[in-house]
Design a protein around this ligand. Structure first.
Ligand SMILES: Nc1ncnc2c1ncn2[C@@H]1O[C@H](COP(=O)(O)OP(=O)(O)OP(=O)(O)O)[C@@H](O)[C@H]1O
Ligand SMILES: [Mg+2]
Length: 264
């Protein structure tokens, strides 16, 4: 199982949208995917349609609080975004950060996932826009991180925080690598070109891949979220669905995996 964390401490840069598009894209390519919502905002859980009705019996809370009894396989719900561990509002704030006995080692997610290495091809983890229990535990558990970013000054400035914290997390997880920076919500403005140049420089200096694919801004994304559908199902012919397909191709190529699991 390859564990990919989608993370950035900058809010609203497209983490959840990218999680949804990557998870659904990998499922469509025949891969077995586990999706985990580590963000107390529960946007990924909502996008997967799990906040409607009473579909949720277990959340990420259960695998934290009763790690022996409440296993990932028991808690996961089958969705078009893979087997899904829903998020929990209890993951927000200081109380959440202090609740776990393994606080300080941040190992609970890694321990849980290690039990299921052979059951999934990929695990996609959504994280909140701040450095706390959820993000640190995800970085400790992950093999790769993808950093979504936008062509705004504040998003550019946010790169310093996440790259600094990735280096810190590497002291507890030497396997963690940056898979790349992904530009999202792209609009062709004069500043966008400057921003791309700045990201290319950051990527070069930090020896990080900058994805060739850029995700364009499109209202179809918001609409797809509102009906809890993946962008490929909601607007299969849209530019943004095509962008995300190219991105999934790039991820699979970078990981040296076939573009379709069953076609080597
Ligand atoms: N390519 C896109 N085109 C148009 N809107 C987009 C696109 N990508 C994301 N959005 C919208 O931008 C907003 C922020 O995206 P998203 O929730 O994925 O970011 P986030 O990084 O997960 O935010 P947070 O830090 O709050 O978790 C959402 O309303 C989403 O629907
Ligand atoms: Mg989010």
């Amino acid at each position: 199982m390859i564990k990919i964390v989608i993370g950035s401490e900058k809010g609203g840069v497209g983490k959840t949208t990218t999680c949804a598009a990557l998870a659904a894209g990998l499922v469509k390519r025949g891969y077995k995917v586990l999706s985990i919502d580590m963000d107390g905002q529960c946007n990924f859980t909502a996008t997967a349609g799990l906040l409607v009705g009473d579909k949720i019996k277990y959340t990420v809370d259960d695998i934290i609080d009763n790690p022996e009894e409440d296993d990932i396989l028991k808690c996961a719900i089958d969705t078009s975004f893979g087997d899904f561990i829903p998020g929990s509002k209890n993951m927000i704030g200081e109380a959440a950060d202090k609740r776990h006995p393994e606080f300080g080692t941040f190992n609970f997610l890694k321990t849980q996932l290690s039990k299921h290495e052979n059951e999934y091809d990929f695990c996609i983890i959504d994280t909140p826009p701040y450095f706390g229990l959820s993000l640190i535990s995800s970085l400790v558990a992950g093999d790769y991180i993808i950093i979504p970013a936008m062509t705004s000054v504040f998003s550019l400035q946010g790169m310093n925080d996440i790259t600094k914290h990735i280096e810190q997390a590497k002291t507890q997880n030497e396997n963690l690598k940056v898979l790349g920076i992904l530009l999202t919500q792209y609009r062709n403005t004069s500043f966008a070109k400057d921003a791309i140049y700045a990201y290319e420089e950051i990527a070069k200096n930090k020896k990080i891949k900058f994805f060739n694919t850029t995700i364009r801004q499109a209202v179809d994304i918001e609409r797809a979220h509102s009906v809890c559908a993946s962008i490929y199902d909601y607007a299969p012919k849209s530019n943004v669905a095509s962008d995300y397909k190219d991105f999934v191709d790039e991820v699979l190529n970078a990981l040296k995996k076939p573009l379709n699991k069953n076609k080597k």
